[in-house]
Write a protein that binds this ligand. Structure first.
Ligand code: 13P
Length: 255
């Protein structure tokens, strides 16, 4: 069975005290969680340490970005080896986002660079959460499948089968991110099934059926159940609604 996952991408939000308050509040309400899905939080990297150091915090943690390079003169960057090194003993830091549409748009990250980031993470024993998704213009011109296919093939299909199995995919249509416009459950299911079929063609059905594909884009308590009920949607990558304990727990419980 595929892993069900609910991941909160905090983006560039919450300061140290707010991170601590979130965790204290979340921990005190753990008994409300009725789902067996894996829960991940992806804070700003500067607060990974705060999270890792919190007592009773057993939720998985991830970073939002890493460098495509191993090491060297890349001012401001954090390498995958540094992320791994950071939490070597307690092993709460398992994941790192790659290719979020905001990285693609504002930092001009292209599929070839993202493929290198995926490599660095896998080499260092971390699991990439690889994001893909079309812009509105692609959907309107009906080129959204081709667009997502290129993102998947160019970012991931150089991997060996065992390496690909380390990857989680997140489909986030850009027009749905932070806009309040969610893809309908049919639109999301159709794209998730398409992504899985691409994997099946290249790596076979067993591998395709083992990879979790998350939906992201204005996912909230009101629409999460319908999305998560779809056969190829294995969870959510949640932005705004993951910043509040209440809505995050409601989404987790939508499985
Ligand atoms: P919103 O849930 O705020 O639309 O953000 C989605 C997202 O980008 C998660 O990575």
């Amino acid at each position: 069975m595929r892993k069900k996952i609910v991941a909160g991408n905090w983006k560039m939000n919450l300061l140290d005290e707010e991170v601590i308050n979130f965790i204290v509040d979340f921990n005190s309400r753990k008994n409300e969680i009725e789902s067996d899905s894996e829960i991940i939080i992806l804070p700003a990297s500067i607060y990974l340490d705060t999270m890792i150091s919190m007592p009773d915090w057993d939720i998985k943690i991830g970073a939002q970005n890493c460098s495509q390079f191993n090491n060297g003169a890349y001012t401001g960057e954090i390498s995958a080896a540094m992320l791994r090194d950071f939490d070597y003993d307690s092993e709460n830091l398992h994941y790192c986002l790659v290719g979020h549409s905001e990285r693609r748009e504002y930092f001009n990250e292209q599929n070839d660079v993202l493929a290198e980031k995926v490599n660095r993470l896998i080499e260092n024993g971390l699991k990439p959460i690889y994001c893909c998704g079309e812009e509105l213009q692609h959907r309107e011109s009906e080129s959204h499948f081709d667009w997502v296919q290129a993102q998947i093939e160019e970012g991931l299909f150089h991997l060996k089968e065992e390496e690909l199995k380390q990857v989680v995919i997140a489909y986030e249509p850009v027009w749905a991110i932070g806009t309040g416009k969610t893809a309908t459950s049919n639109q999301a299911q159709e794209m998730h099934a398409f992504i899985r079929s691409l994997i099946a063609k290249k790596y076979g059905d067993a591998t395709a059926n083992s990879i979790s594909i998350l939906y992201g884009g204005s996912c909230k308590p009101e629409n999460a159940s319908e999305l998560f009920d779809q056969p190829d949607i294995d969870g959510g990558l949640i932005g705004g609604a993951s910043l509040k304990v209440d809505s995050f727990i409601q989404i987790i419980n939508s499985f």
